[in-house]
Design a protein around this ligand. Structure first.
Ligand SMILES: [Fe+2]
Length: 263
């Protein structure tokens, strides 16, 4: 099964890039399933119901989340209960939605997707992503050998540790959240494809998506500064992973980093 994973889709630029490039990329690479992280799609923070629908329309089969899954104030989060939406599994369970899902292709093959969030430099009070993740992967493997994990985390060591912990059980562990694509994609000894971070689909001339001026000002003054999403320079970041349908082990992982100019 060939999977295209799209790194954090950021704001207006991220949405435009997806609308422009996703259909062609899917065809060019013979993609079976598209998964993307949508937690920054609403102006850089959160995802609304309407934007979730838009991402689905552009061609994403499953949309994952992270620390901004619930960042839009007064949002109607009922869409989180739909099978195409996942938010980190290790959020306190009273929150809407679920942390894992099963997507079935038209030919009957299926992929399980698990979304987890890191604790280091993030939410230390969250449930253990290692234990929660292992349990979810084992549950999904009762239904399909093909399982992908989006591990939304800050620390590269935590992401690599989780990937090694589930090596051979998940076909892929893809890191998200930092918005900076890493060049360490590889297949671990027991067959799990791994990259520390898939990167960002959004404005390249930015600081992790935001206009540089505001972020620089915050570092200089150490006070609250309202960040504005950048609209400058469009790019699509992600990875293409090939996972064997029978064994659930990965045979390849390739980075995708394209600059996009709108037609
Ligand atoms: Fe994040």
């Amino acid at each position: 099964m060939k999977i295209l994973f799209i790194g954090d889709i950021f704001g207006n630029v991220g949405r435009r890039v997806l609308a422009e490039r996703l259909p062609a990329l899917t065809q060019e690479h013979g993609i079976d399933v598209c998964v993307g992280n949508g937690e920054n799609v609403s102006g850089g923070r959160g995802m609304t119901k309407n934007l979730f629908r838009k991402l689905r329309k552009y061609g994403l089969n499953v949309i994952t989340g992270g620390n901004h899954s619930f960042s839009v104030a007064d949002n109607d989060f009922s869409f989180m209960d739909e099978p195409a939406a996942v938010r980190p599994l290790n959020y306190p369970p009273a929150n809407p939605g679920h942390g894992s899902t099963l997507f079935t292709l038209t030919d009957g093959r299926a992929i399980g997707v698990v979304n987890l969030m890191g604790r280091m430099f993030m939410h230390e009070s969250f449930d253990c992503p290692f234990r929660a993740g292992l349990e979810a992967i084992n549950e999904l493997r009762k239904q399909t050998p093909v399982v992908l994990v989006d591990f939304h985390a800050e620390a590269s060591s935590e992401k690599a540790a989780l990937a090694h912990y589930v090596d051979g059980l998940a076909g892929a562990v893809i890191g998200t959240h930092t918005h900076v694509q890493t060049a360490d994609e590889r297949i671990l000894p027991k067959g799990t494809a791994f990259i520390t971070d898939a990167g960002m689909t959004g404005p390249e001339n930015s600081i992790i998506g935001m206009k540089p001026e505001g972020v620089v000002k915050k570092y200089l003054l150490q006070t609250y500064v309202r960040f504005e999403p950048s609209e400058d320079g469009a790019m699509i970041n992600g990875v293409i992973i090939d996972i064997d349908d029978k064994s659930g082990k990965a045979s390849s992982i390739k980075r995708l980093y394209e600059r996009v100019s709108f037609t």
